[in-house]
Each structure stands twice: as C-alpha cells, then as structure tokens.
Design a protein around this ligand. Structure first.
Ligand code: GDP
Length: 328
C-alpha cells in the first residue's frame, strides 16, 4: 500500500465512524481495526501498530469521557496525534550552522542479493556485526540512493549559503568515487576521494582535514554501503566514524524496503550513532511504513525525503504537515 493509499484508508475509516449514528465501543473498534490493517499493509511494524491501538483506546476511553463530548473529534485527534508520535522521536537532530565546520556522515545499504557482497544475509538488531544464517534479504529493491542523497543534502545547504564539500570514503565499490565526483561537479561542490587509496578511514580523515582547512562548514562523508560481509561493513563504518568524529550520522533508507526496515535501521543504529534518517524514493510506489519503523528503530527523526532522481527533488520533512497531508 503506497502512502497516499494509506492516508486514504485511514481517512475512510474515520469517515465511516463519523457516519455512524451512535459512536459506541463497536464502532470505535471497527475504526481502529481498519486503521491498523491499513498500517500493517503499509509495512508498519506490528508492535508499533499494537501500541498505537492501545494508546488511542486510552485517549478515547469512552467510559471516562464526559457525556456530550465530541467522540468523533477526539478519535480523529487521537489518530492524528498517534501518527505524529510515531514519526517524532521527541528530540530534534543536530543541525549544521553556517561558518562552523560540521562533519556529517552518511550510512546505508547500497544493494541487495549481491552474491559477492554477502549482504543478502539478514542483519539483525541483536547481532548487527555478525553474519547469521542466510535468510531473506533485508532490501527489497536496489540501491538506497545514498550517494545521490549526499549530493542533494550538500546542494540543499549550498543554496542556503553553506560551503559544503563531499568526501568519498567508499573504496569497496568500484565506481563509487566516479559517481560522487560526477554529481559533485554538476552541482559545483568540492569533492575528495582517490582511485588508488584502499583505506576508507585514511581518505575520510584526509578529506575532512582538507575541507576544514578550506573553511568548508559542511563536510559530508559518504561511506561504503556494501562489503564482502556485513561484519566488515559495520566495522568499517565504525572506524570511519571514530576517526572523523561526525557531528551527525544520517541513515539513508529506500522507502520501499518494507517490513525489513525496523531490523535494518536498528542494526545500523547499534553500530554507529545514527542521529537522523533520510527516506529516499518517496515518489515511487513505495510503502510508507518503513519511514515510521526507521524512526522507531533509530529513535531519530526523518529530516528529509527524496522525491525524485533530480538533485533538487529533496524536501525537508515536517511531521505535522506530512500527517495532515497523509490524512487529506
Ligand atoms: P547508492 O548506491 O545507495 O549510493 O544509490 P545511488 O545514489 O546510486 O542511487 C541509486 C538510484 O536511485 C539512482 O538511479 C538514483 O537516481 C535513484 N534515486 C536516488 N534517490 C531517489 C529518489 O528520491 N527518487 C527516485 N525516483 N530515485 C532516486
């Protein structure tokens, strides 16, 4: 179920409840069940849906409400609030300041079912750095869009008056540097990387140092999204993070990832201190539930969404307008 459909289903459930002559416990339960079904079909994690149901029931608690209160409005408000809460971890993420050097590191998976990378194995929250038995792959589509998103993020800030720079610390994937270089050149953003050096930590440190000297105030480090083994991928990420001491680690996730979103996001969070999430490909036929799950798993807010392949198809993510739009 794509996001627009999710919003439509929830709105319909609320409208059906509103049409009922008397709003009793059964009407409310039917409405809640309808909403829960829509959320589950959109790949929101089961536990989150169950928690939401409990919370809404508590808020609406029919018996406790004084006679004459508008139950329809209370229910509608409760659904709105709960959806907002699911998307709002309660603490804002670090935001870069102009003129003050910040390092922002991007992490996320690059591809799935890649027989050479071994990333077709499941990463789990409880065991993020060890390869487990081969089970279903975590990603249900190709690349997360991380490299494109690095450039979009740089470009967005450049237009706000920042002096951004891009560092390619992905030495695993042939062509990673070329891709970043191409994107950066198009957007006239300085970049750093190497065709020869194989140590991502060395490149990351050199790039960050160089751009600090050049007074760049937003230094973006793109890390590898795949490796021979998951363990190597997470270890590398951890080392790059330790060496560059990023002010913010952004986890990039493809919106079509589905039910695997929670586990994947949590696995990343347990390896590096993820502080924000960017969801890509929100323009496609994605199920929206992954966004909600990633927030819950990382306890970090979604700060931007990718809405197309073009460099400016990138939007600031605001919870309340997003949920309002979702509910129509
Ligand atoms: P990476 O391998 O994770 O670094 O992913 P890339 O940046 O190479 O992106 C993979 C593909 O997804 C490219 O064709 C991008 O143009 C595309 N892409 C990235 N973000 C978006 C988005 O928000 N919407 C759409 N439609 N495509 C995107």
């Amino acid at each position: 179920m794509v996001l627009a459909q999710l919003g439509g289903s929830i709105s319909r459930a609320l409208a059906q409840m509103s049409n009922a002559t008397v709003i009793d416990e059964k009407v409310l339960n039917d409405c809640l069940n309808e909403i829960s079904r829509a959320l589950l079909q959109s790949d929101v994690q089961f536990k989150m849906v169950r928690d939401m149901q409990t919370n809404i029931k508590r808020i609406v608690n029919l018996e406790a409400l004084a006679a004459g209160t508008n139950k329809r409005r209370i229910m509608q408000q409760a659904v709105f609030t709960e959806l907002c809460n699911m998307l709002d971890p309660g603490k804002p993420s670090f935001t870069p300041k102009k003129g003050k050097p910040s390092v922002v590191m991007f992490v996320g998976l690059q591809a799935h079912n890649d027989v050479h990378s071994g990333l077709g194995h499941r990463l789990t929250a409880s065991n993020p750095t060890h390869k487990l038995k081969a089970v279903k792959p975590l990603l249900v589509s190709g690349s997360s869009g991380k490299t494109t998103t690095c450039t979009k993020y740089a470009y967005y800030h450049q237009r706000k008056g920042f002096k951004p720079a891009l560092v390619c610390a992905d030495t695993f994937r042939a062509g990673a540097f070329d891709q970043l270089k191409q994107n950066a050149t198009k957007a006239k953003i300085p970049f750093y990387g190497s065709y020869m050096e194989s140590d991502p930590v060395k490149i990351a440190v050199e790039g960050v140092e160089r751009f600090k000297k050049e007074n760049c105030d937003l230094i973006i480090v793109d890390t590898s999204g795949r490796h021979k083994q998951e363990a190597a991928l997470f270890e590398e990420m951890r080392q790059v993070s330790e060496a560059t001491k990023p002010d913010l680690v952004i986890f990039v996730m493809d919106s079509s990832i589905g039910q695997a979103a929670f586990d994947q996001a949590q696995a990343f969070k347990q390896s590096v201190s993820v502080g924000a999430v960017i969801i890509t490909k929100m323009d496609g036929h994605a199920k929206g539930g992954g966004a909600l799950s990633a927030v819950a798993a990382t306890k970090s807010p979604v700060i931007f969404i990718g809405t197309g392949e073009h460099i400016d198809e990138f939007e600031v993510f605001d919870v309340k307008p997003f949920v309002s739009r979702l509910l129509g």
